[in-house]
Design a protein around this ligand. Structure first.
Ligand code: SF4
Ligand code: SF4
Ligand code: SF4
Length: 158
């Protein structure tokens, strides 16, 4: 029983790390195998959105801000972890849940106003649920913290 609980806890922690991998970290196992937890990426991020996560591994925390895709985290790392920054940074996209205020007929445009890619649009009307243009959304996370109801998550979308 204890083993099962430990295994479930480990799985939840692994999923947490994987959902919050840094940009240009494409292979989660390679990351877990090679990261020495030296913190170079954490101190190099100008947005201060990389934090020490579960198990000591660096992860992205969008509650602290957005990724500007500056590439400093990848440049600072001395290990074989990051792919070339000429490649797509990641496959994350914003996802909006039913916690969005529009479902309560409450006016809100916070996410749309914060999106640098203009990936969010609203139909006319007070209860307009934001629509995401997945071609434009780059998963930067800028819409995450402005949402007053935590209706937005940034998730892997391959
Ligand atoms: S690309 Fe830049 S802003 Fe994004 S996590 Fe890396 S260092 Fe931070
Ligand atoms: S994740 Fe970034 S690009 Fe995508 S909708 Fe949110 S703010 Fe816009
Ligand atoms: S910021 Fe949140 S509550 Fe407001 S429109 Fe966007 S998803 Fe809905």
């Amino acid at each position: 029983m204890v083993d099962i609980q430990k295994r479930n806890l480990f799985r939840r922690k692994s999923e947490l790390i994987i959902n919050n991998l840094m940009p240009w970290v494409d292979d989660k196992q390679q990351f877990l195998d090679n990261c020495t937890q030296c913190k170079s990426c954490i101190t190099s991020c100008p947005e201060n959105i990389i934090v020490k996560g579960d198990g000591g591994f660096p992860v992205i925390d969008f509650s602290l801000g957005e990724c500007t895709f500056c590439g400093k985290c990848a440049e600072s790392c001395q290990e074989d972890i990051f792919v070339a920054t000429t490649q797509q940074a990641w496959h994350k996209k914003a996802v909006i849940s039913h916690a969005c205020l529009a479902f309560e007929n409450v006016y809100c445009r916070s996410c749309g106003e914060s999106c640098p890619e203009e990936a969010l649009s609203f139909q006319i009307g007070i209860n307009a649920v934001p629509e995401i243009n997945l071609d434009k959304c780059n998963g930067c996370g800028a819409c995450f913290s402005p949402c007053p109801t935590s209706a937005i998550s940034i998730e892997e979308n391959r």
